[in-house]
Design a protein around this ligand. Structure first.
Ligand SMILES: *Cc1c(COP(=O)(O)O)cnc(C)c1O
Length: 432
């Protein structure tokens, strides 16, 4: 749960943290690579030891739904990368979003959220969370004041993506954090597309980060997972009774009093994972740890290739517009220079003059780009959101999320840029 040996990484750079964060040699065997602890349960030393663990008087292993050493290594790496105090891994990015809100929300509580979210998140917040009594109000994030206007006495957090999927919009994190803190509520940032390699939201005032590690953190399209990282800086108050009043299941434990800055992370495991169960599998943690070691290298190459592809598309006669925060033509260019100094990431969208039909033809004509619903693979990926990921939304919500009928989304991989450009050129030549 807590980040292991945080002192060893003090003042180290991001690439060092990507390699070493959370992954000291295995204390049991000396194995240099964190083993896959493929076990459901752990033997207690004696009854007194078991009681200390169950009472949360000592951190240790009980059952892999709650903690697992391989998964904890990944939690430590993510906390090190973001500069947080602790992290909670989950079975998927969506599970992480659920667990991120669980400590904050009672039935009837609200969040104010950016409307520029991954399509699945809009559905999760707007439809499925609503059935739990958790209400989301969606606002245009380009003006931070829009969040302030919708905050009510029941609002428990502001939620936004840093760099949005699929629109390629970068939000003003520092200004949005200030709005949240004026209201005494935390800012939760989905930092999936930027990753800590390109943007560290805690440096701009955010309180909690969530990730779909399925994407760039694992990075190879081979494992579904999610992580929540806590900055440890937010002062929980009576508005979040789960963290600040006695918990009956733990003999009246008050998480804020007992765990201080780790209250939110301990709650995520001891209540969130224990009672709802979306734990990350050890094998997934192992694959994600391996991928994360090259995070900074991959994000630099993704950003370089995406810039080349975006520039080429911007000058292509079949293309009406390109949205990529790394292009000077982007409305996000100024914010990208501030928040994404090392690159604007892999994901970009472009509009085809030929509209919906042309979008379908292009995705079906690509050979190197794989036509699938994912981002953040080493391989280049392509999709037409209006007919796939954003299908379930209304026309209005689709347009608002940057997924209109003419839009094609790319996740530019780490292949040779010239080959990717040649593939897109032949696909565009084939489209009406
Ligand atoms: C994919 C994605 C999610 C959901 O993550 P899963 O791992 O697919 O559950 C959430 N937010 C963003 C920005 C994503 O790209």
């Amino acid at each position: 749960m807590p980040a292991p040996d945080p002192d060893a990484l003090t003042n180290t750079g991001l690439s060092t943290r990507a390699v070493h964060g959370g992954t000291a040699p295995d204390p049991a065997t000396g194995a240099r690579i964190t083993p896959i602890y493929q076990t459901a349960s752990y033997v207690f030393e004696d009854v007194a030891h078991a009681q200390r663990l169950f009472n949360l008087d000592e951190f240790g292993q009980i059952y892999s739904r709650i903690t697992n050493p391989t998964v904890q290594a990944l939690e430590g790496k993510m906390a090190a990368l973001d500069g947080g105090v602790g992290a909670t891994a989950a079975a998927s990015g969506h599970a992480a979003q659920f667990l991120a809100l669980l400590p904050l929300m009672e039935a009837g509580d609200e969040i104010v959220s950016s409307r520029n979210l991954y399509g699945g998140s809009i559905t999760q917040f707007g439809q499925s969370f609503k059935r739990l009594g958790w209400h989301a109000t969606f606002v245009d994030p380009t003006d931070p004041e829009n969040f302030r206007k919708r905050i009510s006495p029941r609002t428990r957090a502001i939620f936004t993506e840093s760099l949005s999927n699929p629109g390629g919009l970068m939000v003003d994190l520092e200004a949005i954090a200030a709005v949240a803190h004026d209201a005494g509520i935390p800012l939760i940032v989905d930092n999936t597309l930027a990753t800590p390699a390109l943007c560290r939201p805690f440096e701009w005032g955010a309180d909690i980060c969530v990730y779909s590690t399925t994407k760039f953190i694992a990075g190879h399209g081979n494992a579904i997972g999610g992580v929540i990282v806590d900055s440890g800086g937010f002062q929980w108050d009576e508005r979040t009774p789960a963290l600040t009043t006695p918990n009956a299941a733990y003999h009246g434990t008050n998480f804020r009093e007992k765990f201080g800055a780790l209250a939110y992370t301990v709650y995520g495991h001891a209540v969130g994972l224990r009672d709802f169960g979306p734990a990350m599998a050890p094998m997934t943690a192992f694959l994600t740890l391996t991928g994360a070691e090259t995070l900074t290298l991959r994000m630099a190459r993704h950003s370089e290739n995406a810039t080349e592809v975006a520039t080429h598309l911007e000058n292509h006669p079949a293309v009406a517009w390109v949205s990529y925060a790394g292009l000077a033509s982007s409305q996000s260019f100024g914010l990208a220079r501030k928040y994404l100094a090392d690159g604007a990431g892999a994901v970009l969208t472009f509009g085809l003059k030929g509209g919906y039909e042309a979008g379908i033809k292009v995705v079906e004509s690509c050979r190197l780009f794989s036509h699938l619903a994912n981002v953040g693979d080493t391989r280049s990926l392509i999709i037409h959101p209006a007919s796939t990921t954003h299908r379930q939304l209304s026309d209005e919500d689709r347009a608002a999320a940057g997924a209109g009928p003419d839009v094609v989304r790319l996740s530019v991989g780490i292949e040779d840029a010239a080959d990717l450009i040649a593939d897109l050129d032949q696909a565009l030549a084939a489209s009406p």
